[in-house]
Ligand binder design. Structure first.
Ligand code: ADP
Ligand code: MG
Length: 395
């Protein structure tokens, strides 16, 4: 099937061509050491392939949130770690004299250009900045899905100035997201959890129109329970949003989307590791208790829902998973989803900072069909928004 955007397969002969490749090299660093190289690893397939094909590979990326150019936000710091992960030489090119440095490169060479955000106009998508980047290259590849929800010069403006292609990581992400919500196999289930309704309103509204089963867990389930007249005690709950919760439940009804709220929950009077807990029906929460996880009966019922579904998209943990034992439901349901994925009966896609952490904690991140580490871009995609960096790649 023809994709909506061009990929590295559509680039033709690239030998000797200068290819500007937007990657996400915004890695966490402590004392000059990269503490999580996931993003560097994600850049490897595209950069290696283009280098193998004889392109002059010029990596564009941002690093941190510099207000003005500063050494601690220099991508020179990331060049060595990237070289290690890539297993081949990587040069660093400063903006000053970049034209000459690029002109000296040979086919197959790889260089990381300095932080795109050293130009004040990068984040404003200023034409002059995109022009400046474009002058350094012949072709443009965007491989940074995680930066695609921002219309910046290096993620959007540049795509209108040079022939533009999706890199391999971008392509894999878009393929997975398309399978999960673009053209999914039904029935589709969504798990939406996490702390608050207020941060996921648009996600919930969008899911209601897209999926057959909406599973609501986490702190936000408390607001929905409160909307249904449940006394949630001292639980995290946005009482001012119960009206909104009711609207979402009504919209779900109209759209034939079945909403699953927990009917048993795990409660405690103190929020600390391994406190005394009770497992109770949602109608039995005492005034001084907090709901911190969904209960075993609800978890088992949700597993049965997933068994009858073909597709799952998951954002947000079902409980306060960082604090034992309130990771129990999240871990159990994640393992069920992983097993069903292994059996070939479920396509499972998950994303979100805490969700990825929870799936890692459950030891199943590799057993899902796809786990997105894109954070903001993943959420905006779940909200049904057009991502400017992706839209700009349209054929
Ligand atoms: P993500 O980062 O995957 O999008 P969120 O940031 O929305 O997820 O939500 C994760 C947070 O929600 C976690 O810190 C977790 O402890 C919290 N949370 C989940 N359930 C509860 C609950 N019942 N009470 C309080 N906090 C909760
Ligand atoms: Mg979070």
């Amino acid at each position: 099937m023809t994709k909506a955007y061009k990929t590295l397969d559509d680039m033709g002969e690239v030998r000797g061509k200068r290819v500007l490749v937007r990657e996400d090299l915004n890695v966490p660093m402590v004392d000059g050491k990269v503490t999580d190289d996931t993003r560097l690893c994600a850049a490897v397939p595209t950069v290696s392939e283009l280098s193998d094909r004889g392109a002059i590979v010029l990596v564009l990326a941002h690093f941190g949130r510099p207000k003005v150019p500063s050494p601690e936000n220099s991508l020179a710091l990331v060049t060595k770690p990237f070289e290690t992960v890539l297993g081949r030489p990587v040069r660093y090119i400063d903006w000053e004299g970049a034209e000459d440095a690029v002109a000296a490169l040979q086919p197959g060479d790889i260089a990381v250009l300095e932080n795109t955000r050293f130009f004040g106009g990068e984040e404003k998508n200023e034409p002059g900045v995109a022009d400046r980047f474009a002058a350094l290259g012949d072709l443009y590849v965007n491989d940074a899905f995680s930066a695609a929800h921002r219309a910046h010069a290096s993620t959007e403006g540049l795509a209108h100035r040079l022939p533009a292609f999706a890199g391999r990581a971008m392509e894999a992400e878009l393929d997975a997201l398309d399978k999960a919500l673009g053209r999914p196999e039904h029935p589709v289930a969504a798990v939406v959890g996490g702390a608050k309704v207020s941060t996921k309103l648009d996600v919930l509204k969008q899911m209601v129109t897209k999926v057959d089963h909406l599973i609501i867990g986490g702190g936000m389930a408390n607001t929905f329970l409160a909307a249904r007249g449940v006394n949630v005690g001292k639980s995290l709950c946005e009482h001012d949003l119960t009206g909104t919760a009711e609207e979402i439940l009504d919209a779900a009804d109209r759209a034939n989307c079945t909403v699953h709220l927990p009917y048993d929950v795990v409660v405690a009077t103190e929020f600390k590791p391994n406190p005394a807990t009770r497992t109770v029906n949602v109608h039995e929460v005492a005034p001084d208790e907090m709901i911190l996880d969904i209960g075993p009966a609800a978890t088992e019922a949700l597993g049965d829902v997933l068994k009858n579904c073909r597709t799952l998209v998951w954002n947000g943990p079902l409980g306060a998973f960082e604090t034992p034992p309130f990771d129990t439901a999240t871990v159990a349901l994640a393992r069920t989803a992983a097993a069903l994925t292994g059996d070939g009966s479920l396509v499972s896609v998950a994303g979100g900072g805490d969700t990825v952490a929870a799936l890692n904690q459950a030891g199943v991140a590799d057993d899902f069909t796809f786990v997105s580490t894109a954070g903001g871009a993943f959420l905006e995609w779940m909200e049904g928004k057009d991502l400017p960096g992706v839209a700009a790649l349209a054929r």
